[in-house]
Design a protein around this ligand. Sequence first.
Ligand code: ZN
Length: 185
Amino acid sequence: MSKPITVEHIQSFDVYVLHRMGALREPLVCYPMVSFRWPGLVKLTANKWRVDVEFRHGALQRIPVVWTQCHFGGWRPWFRCLRCSRRVGKLYNTGVSLHCRRCLDLWYASQRRGSKSRRYLQALKLRLRLNGVANLQEPFPQRPKRMHQRTYDRLRQLGERLEQDLRDNSRFRDRETDYSPLVPK
Ligand SMILES: [Zn+2]
Protein backbone atom coordinates (compact mmCIF):
# COMPACT_ATOMS: atom_id res chain seq x y z
CA MET A 1 0.00 0.00 0.00
CA SER A 2 1.37 3.43 -0.82
CA LYS A 3 1.88 6.16 1.72
CA PRO A 4 -1.36 7.58 3.05
CA ILE A 5 -2.33 11.05 1.94
CA THR A 6 -2.27 13.29 4.96
CA VAL A 7 -3.71 16.69 5.63
CA GLU A 8 -0.34 18.22 4.65
CA HIS A 9 -1.01 17.19 1.08
CA ILE A 10 -4.18 19.20 1.01
CA GLN A 11 -3.94 22.76 -0.15
CA SER A 12 -3.53 25.06 2.82
CA PHE A 13 -4.50 28.67 3.20
CA ASP A 14 -2.20 30.59 5.49
CA VAL A 15 -3.17 33.82 7.24
CA TYR A 16 0.47 35.01 7.17
CA VAL A 17 0.62 34.75 3.41
CA LEU A 18 -2.38 37.07 3.21
CA HIS A 19 -0.81 39.36 5.78
CA ARG A 20 2.44 39.56 3.79
CA MET A 21 0.45 40.28 0.64
CA GLY A 22 -0.97 43.29 2.49
CA ALA A 23 -4.46 41.88 2.09
CA LEU A 24 -5.42 42.29 5.76
CA ARG A 25 -5.75 46.08 5.84
CA GLU A 26 -8.68 48.44 6.36
CA PRO A 27 -9.87 48.82 2.74
CA LEU A 28 -11.72 45.90 1.20
CA VAL A 29 -9.71 44.72 -1.80
CA CYS A 30 -10.64 42.09 -4.39
CA TYR A 31 -7.97 39.76 -5.82
CA PRO A 32 -9.34 38.14 -8.98
CA MET A 33 -6.26 36.08 -9.94
CA VAL A 34 -5.73 34.02 -6.82
CA SER A 35 -5.81 30.67 -8.59
CA PHE A 36 -2.09 31.13 -9.32
CA ARG A 37 -1.40 30.78 -5.67
CA TRP A 38 -4.43 28.75 -4.55
CA PRO A 39 -5.58 26.65 -7.50
CA GLY A 40 -8.83 25.68 -5.77
CA LEU A 41 -9.94 29.30 -5.47
CA VAL A 42 -11.06 31.70 -8.16
CA LYS A 43 -11.57 34.91 -6.20
CA LEU A 44 -10.62 36.41 -2.90
CA THR A 45 -11.83 39.62 -1.26
CA ALA A 46 -10.25 40.68 2.00
CA ASN A 47 -9.83 43.38 4.56
CA LYS A 48 -8.68 43.53 8.15
CA TRP A 49 -11.69 41.68 9.51
CA ARG A 50 -12.73 39.12 6.96
CA VAL A 51 -11.69 37.10 3.94
CA ASP A 52 -14.32 36.10 1.37
CA VAL A 53 -13.32 33.27 -0.91
CA GLU A 54 -14.97 31.84 -3.99
CA PHE A 55 -14.12 28.22 -4.79
CA ARG A 56 -13.58 26.91 -8.26
CA HIS A 57 -16.74 24.86 -7.95
CA GLY A 58 -18.86 27.88 -7.06
CA ALA A 59 -19.09 27.68 -3.28
CA LEU A 60 -18.55 30.87 -1.28
CA GLN A 61 -17.21 31.27 2.22
CA ARG A 62 -16.64 34.20 4.54
CA ILE A 63 -13.80 33.66 7.01
CA PRO A 64 -13.54 35.99 10.00
CA VAL A 65 -10.09 37.45 10.78
CA VAL A 66 -9.28 38.21 14.40
CA TRP A 67 -6.23 39.94 15.89
CA THR A 68 -4.36 39.31 19.12
CA GLN A 69 -1.69 41.47 20.67
CA CYS A 70 1.82 40.03 20.50
CA HIS A 71 3.90 39.73 23.62
CA PHE A 72 6.49 42.20 22.35
CA GLY A 73 4.09 44.59 20.71
CA GLY A 74 2.28 44.54 17.41
CA TRP A 75 -0.73 42.51 16.37
CA ARG A 76 -1.03 39.04 14.95
CA PRO A 77 -3.82 37.92 12.62
CA TRP A 78 -5.72 34.64 12.87
CA PHE A 79 -8.51 33.00 10.98
CA ARG A 80 -11.48 31.87 12.95
CA CYS A 81 -12.53 28.38 11.84
CA LEU A 82 -16.21 28.53 10.99
CA ARG A 83 -16.91 25.08 12.31
CA CYS A 84 -15.16 24.99 15.68
CA SER A 85 -14.55 28.75 16.24
CA ARG A 86 -10.89 28.14 17.10
CA ARG A 87 -8.29 30.71 16.16
CA VAL A 88 -5.95 29.14 13.64
CA GLY A 89 -3.16 30.24 11.32
CA LYS A 90 -3.97 27.75 8.59
CA LEU A 91 -7.08 26.44 6.96
CA TYR A 92 -7.31 23.52 4.54
CA ASN A 93 -9.23 23.41 1.31
CA THR A 94 -11.74 20.58 1.00
CA GLY A 95 -12.76 21.76 -2.46
CA VAL A 96 -15.91 23.50 -1.23
CA SER A 97 -14.81 24.91 2.11
CA LEU A 98 -11.83 25.94 4.21
CA HIS A 99 -11.60 24.50 7.69
CA CYS A 100 -8.96 23.92 10.34
CA ARG A 101 -6.89 20.82 10.66
CA ARG A 102 -8.76 19.52 13.64
CA CYS A 103 -12.12 19.76 11.87
CA LEU A 104 -10.67 17.97 8.85
CA ASP A 105 -9.26 15.20 11.03
CA LEU A 106 -12.66 14.79 12.66
CA TRP A 107 -14.25 14.53 9.28
CA TYR A 108 -11.75 11.91 8.18
CA ALA A 109 -12.12 9.99 11.43
CA SER A 110 -15.89 9.86 10.96
CA GLN A 111 -15.41 8.26 7.54
CA ARG A 112 -12.73 5.77 8.50
CA ARG A 113 -14.55 2.48 8.98
CA GLY A 114 -13.49 -0.75 7.34
CA SER A 115 -10.81 -1.19 4.71
CA LYS A 116 -13.02 -0.20 1.78
CA SER A 117 -14.08 2.95 3.57
CA ARG A 118 -10.46 3.80 4.29
CA ARG A 119 -9.61 3.34 0.66
CA TYR A 120 -12.61 5.44 -0.30
CA LEU A 121 -11.32 8.17 1.97
CA GLN A 122 -7.85 7.96 0.44
CA ALA A 123 -9.43 8.29 -2.98
CA LEU A 124 -11.35 11.40 -1.91
CA LYS A 125 -8.23 12.96 -0.40
CA LEU A 126 -6.31 12.27 -3.56
CA ARG A 127 -8.99 14.04 -5.59
CA LEU A 128 -8.81 17.01 -3.25
CA ARG A 129 -5.05 17.09 -3.58
CA LEU A 130 -5.57 17.41 -7.34
CA ASN A 131 -8.03 20.27 -6.76
CA GLY A 132 -10.98 18.07 -7.64
CA VAL A 133 -14.23 17.48 -5.83
CA ALA A 134 -14.48 14.66 -3.30
CA ASN A 135 -17.07 12.63 -5.16
CA LEU A 136 -16.57 9.51 -7.27
CA GLN A 137 -19.32 10.49 -9.70
CA GLU A 138 -17.16 13.36 -10.90
CA PRO A 139 -14.57 12.66 -13.59
CA PHE A 140 -11.06 12.18 -12.27
CA PRO A 141 -9.42 15.64 -11.84
CA GLN A 142 -7.21 17.03 -14.61
CA ARG A 143 -3.56 17.69 -13.96
CA PRO A 144 -3.14 20.89 -11.90
CA LYS A 145 -1.23 23.42 -14.00
CA ARG A 146 1.90 23.45 -11.90
CA MET A 147 2.14 19.73 -11.21
CA HIS A 148 4.73 17.73 -13.14
CA GLN A 149 3.24 15.34 -15.65
CA ARG A 150 5.11 12.45 -14.08
CA THR A 151 3.75 13.22 -10.60
CA TYR A 152 0.26 13.48 -12.01
CA ASP A 153 0.59 10.18 -13.90
CA ARG A 154 1.70 8.48 -10.72
CA LEU A 155 -1.17 9.95 -8.69
CA ARG A 156 -3.67 9.14 -11.37
CA GLN A 157 -2.52 5.53 -11.36
CA LEU A 158 -2.82 5.48 -7.61
CA GLY A 159 -6.29 6.99 -7.90
CA GLU A 160 -7.35 4.35 -10.39
CA ARG A 161 -6.09 1.63 -8.10
CA LEU A 162 -7.92 3.11 -5.12
CA GLU A 163 -11.14 3.72 -7.00
CA GLN A 164 -11.45 0.81 -9.42
CA ASP A 165 -13.96 -1.33 -7.58
CA LEU A 166 -15.41 1.53 -5.53
CA ARG A 167 -16.83 3.13 -8.63
CA ASP A 168 -18.76 -0.07 -9.39
CA ASN A 169 -20.11 -0.14 -5.87
CA SER A 170 -23.24 1.98 -5.48
CA ARG A 171 -22.53 2.37 -1.79
CA PHE A 172 -19.53 4.54 -2.63
CA ARG A 173 -20.29 5.79 -6.11
CA ASP A 174 -23.68 7.26 -5.24
CA ARG A 175 -22.59 8.76 -1.97
CA GLU A 176 -23.17 12.47 -1.86
CA THR A 177 -20.09 14.52 -1.17
CA ASP A 178 -20.49 14.63 2.56
CA TYR A 179 -19.10 17.86 3.83
CA SER A 180 -21.81 18.19 6.44
CA PRO A 181 -19.46 17.88 9.41
CA LEU A 182 -17.50 20.77 7.92
CA VAL A 183 -20.27 23.11 6.98
CA PRO A 184 -21.29 25.50 9.74
CA LYS A 185 -24.91 25.36 10.85
ZN1 ZN B 1 -12.12 23.95 13.05
